[in-house]
Write a protein that binds this ligand. Structure first.
Ligand SMILES: [Fe+2]
Length: 394
């Protein structure tokens, strides 16, 4: 790799900021933002590092944000950022915001004049591929955050990122990545033809509404296959992304190898993003729960071979998580290794008696097999833990 490419590679990796995702309803004055917050049209609302005040929290709620990232208070008092091993995110926040913005306006244009301009999607897929290739050492850490109204667009971009990343793990060449990435970005195009009251219904759908909703797969295929610049196989991703490995999905009840491999990948990315995203009516599933849930659908919903490759890249206990281990100690996750994500390295923060340690030992769970993680603290529980007056151990 040339120096110039190396520079470009490292500059895209970004510095890891210890952070916790928190539901917007749980925000409190005095918390510090860990990430920039953008509106759906890409305008910066508040920058990382902002100490939140009540008016700012009200403003964020007005923008319908479901969740935001705040700094982990444990890493504020002591600089753990030095010891937390940096693994890049798959794509930078700026890339994601830019992609969501482009996809949003391209879909709006389509809704207004029923003509799909494919160029913005092709360009977006290309720059996502470019960045995923540069960040090939990345892991799936966190899902992004998005405004309620922007769910579909944020979801399309996330599914594209996750699918492209999985395609790269499968050793796809550039042409294959382009076909996959474009189809993933456009997988829900058919939803543009589904009535809004069904699409945005907060509660469960009736049997009839579900039938209408399920038509989005075929609608998407119909729109995309008439676009000469879209490869037919990418249109088939839209058609097949709700098929299940055991043949019980829709639109055509295909199973196993009859489902195109690209669609088998997108099915995994689609469900993972859907269950881990915060929605207006429910908070997203935590990564370790999502991991178990996805695993339980191996062979029935998902192709087990591709699912394993995907799951191996998820940081089940993301860096900076606070966990309780079976010794009764409370610890911070400081290192995660792909393939060994259920056995991270942790640094002890509180001993078994609840005494705060200023410089506790590190324990590599991959080497200490009798030690395991009992529970992961939610961001709110972490704040409660921090509010307990820290006692110093002798
Ligand atoms: Fe879909």
């Amino acid at each position: 790799m040339s120096v110039e490419i190396m520079d470009k590679y490292y500059s895209t990796r970004g510095k890891w900021t210890p952070m916790q995702k928190i539901a917007a309803t749980n925000l409190q004055p005095g918390m510090v933002l860990a990430r920039n917050i953008f509106s759906i049209d890409g305008v910066l609302l508040l920058s990382a590092g902002t100490l939140l005040t009540t008016p700012q929290i009200d403003r964020l709620r007005q923008f319908n944000l479901t969740s935001v990232y705040i700094k982990n208070p444990f890493t504020d008092s002591i600089d753990y950022s030095e010891i937390i091993e940096t693994i890049p995110e798959i794509v930078r926040e700026e890339t994601r915001v830019q992609a969501v913005q482009i996809v949003h306006s391209a879909f709006e244009n389509f809704a207004a004049n029923r003509k799909l301009d494919t160029q913005p999607f092709k360009e977006t897929a290309d720059f996502i591929i470019d960045e995923v290739i540069k960040n090939r050492g990345a892991m799936i850490h966190l899902t992004d955050i998005r405004a309620r109204d922007g769910y579909t667009f944020g979801h399309s971009v996330n599914v594209c990122v996750l699918a492209t990343f999985t395609g790269m793990q499968l050793g796809y060449n550039l042409l294959q990545l382009k076909e996959l990435s474009l189809g993933a970005l456009l997988h829900d195009t058919g939803k543009m033809l589904i009535p809004n009251e069904i699409l945005n219904k907060p509660g469960p759908l009736t049997a009839n509404e579900r039938k209408i909703m399920e038509q989005h797969a075929e609608f998407g295929f119909d729109i995309l296959r008439h676009q000469s610049e879209i490869p037919l196989v990418s249109a088939h991703i839209a058609f097949q992304h709700h098929e299940k490995f055991d043949g019980t999905g829709y639109a055509r009840s295909l199973g196993g190898a009859n489902i195109h491999e690209y669609a088998r990948i997108v099915a995994i990315a689609d469900v993972y993003d859907a269950i881990t995203s915060d929605r207006p009516y429910k908070e997203g599933t935590l990564p370790h729960e999502a991991y178990e849930l996805m695993l339980s659908l191996s062979n029935t919903h998902f192709d087990p071979r591709i699912l394993k490759i995907f799951l191996d890249q998820i940081a089940v206990y993301p860096l900076d998580s606070i966990v309780k281990i079976n010794t009764g100690e409370i610890a911070l996750v400081v290192k995660v290794t792909p393939g060994l994500q259920t056995r991270p390295t942790v640094k002890i923060l509180f001993d078994a008696r609840g005494c705060r340690l200023q410089d506790g030992p590190e324990v590599d769970l991959a080497k200490h097999l009798t030690v395991f993680i009992d529970k992961i603290f939610s961001p709110v529980q972490v704040l409660e833990l921090e509010m307990l007056q820290p006692k110093q151990a002798d």
